[in-house]
Design a protein around this ligand. Structure first.
Ligand code: CP
Length: 301
């Protein structure tokens, strides 16, 4: 594996290897072997979980970690992205871990700028967040053993969600029974034949093994026709009574950050069922260790 761009670019053996390596790191059964490599975190959008867990993952592997800050970098003095990336590679950066609002930032860099950098997508616009889907997959496997045939329901702002797209790509590949619930204003334009779409929350979550709520991505839309936060809360917010009635055994998941009492009530979030969300965050470190280990293993590049 040379880059991690999106789920589509991974084959099943690479996904299996990431999950397996993450598990061995979690069980402390493996010593890292990529110490000395250098990761540069280039985040043009805010982040807590992804940025900190990539940083920690790299440190646990014995890698050097550099934080690139666009605002204080020489990009703000007129340097081109091409020159910046060439200089980062010359200085000794091996992995560029990138979060952008732009959907195809990494693809554009790869086609236009020839540098010996290994790119990792840490969230790109509305299109892809591969390590989030991989850590969600690991969390589901830990709890359910398999996703094959399981009803997995993703609820919320699907239209603007890179997490939904990466999860749908991965879960359908493993024959999960993927359902989506959203009001019309959050329905995606890129609907798929292998996913079932609902506007009614109870229909979507009924008998689900997993219910994954998503944050409303307010920063990605203006004046969205029909959008009304109070309407959303009334019809789509998850709460304990609803879960008990329609899918009492379901795992409750959320990629974070959660907007409390919008996507999920505080009482559900703070209950035992809400704990899975923190387990997702914990698994993020191990999945990111696995990805960095594979990218930097001798012979990978
Ligand atoms: N899930 C996720 O990407 O969270 P952050 O934006 O905090 O990294």
């Amino acid at each position: 594996m040379k880059h991690l761009i999106d789920i589509k670019s991974l084959d099943k053996s690479e996904i299996a290897q990431i999950v397996s390596l993450a598990r061995t790191f979690k069980l402390k059964k493996r010593q890292p072997s990529v110490g000395g490599s250098t990761a540069c975190l280039m985040f043009f959008e805010n982040s807590t979980r992804t940025k900190i867990s990539f940083d920690l993952a790299a440190q646990k592997l014995g890698m050097n970690v550099i934080h690139f800050d666009g605002g204080t970098s020489s990009l703000s003095k007129g340097e081109t992205l091409k020159d910046t990336l060439e200089n980062l590679a010359a200085i000794g950066v091996d992995n560029l871990i990138v979060r952008t609002t732009e959907d195809d930032f990494i693809q554009r860099c790869m086609s236009e700028i020839k540098v010996p950098l290994s790119y990792v997508n840490a969230g790109s616009g509305t299109t892809a967040h591969p390590t989030q889907a991989l850590l969600d997959f690991l969390t589901m496997l830990e709890k359910l053993a398999t996703v094959k045939g399981k009803k997995i329901c993703i609820v919320g702002d699907i239209a603007h969600s890179r997490v939904a797209r990466s999860n749908i790509e991965l879960l359908t590949r493993y024959q999960a029974n993927v359902h989506v619930v959203a009001p019309e204003y959050f329905m995606p334009e890129d609907k798929r034949d292998d996913v079932t779409y609902h506007t009614n929350l109870a229909d979507g979550i009924k008998d689900a093994s997993v219910v994954m709520a998503l944050r409303i991505q307010k920063e990605r839309f203006d004046n969205l026709e029909g959008y009304d936060i109070n309407d959303y809360i009334r019809h789509y917010r998850l709460h304990s009574k609803l879960i008990a009635e329609y899918c009492q055994y379901a795992l409750i998941m959320h990629p974070g950050p959660v907007n409390r009492d919008v996507e999920i009530t505080s009482e559900l979030l703070d209950s035992k069922k809400g704990q899975t969300i923190l387990e997702q965050a914990q698994n993020g470190t191990y999945v990111r260790m696995a990805v960095l280990e594979m990218l930097n293993a001798k012979g990978a590049n």
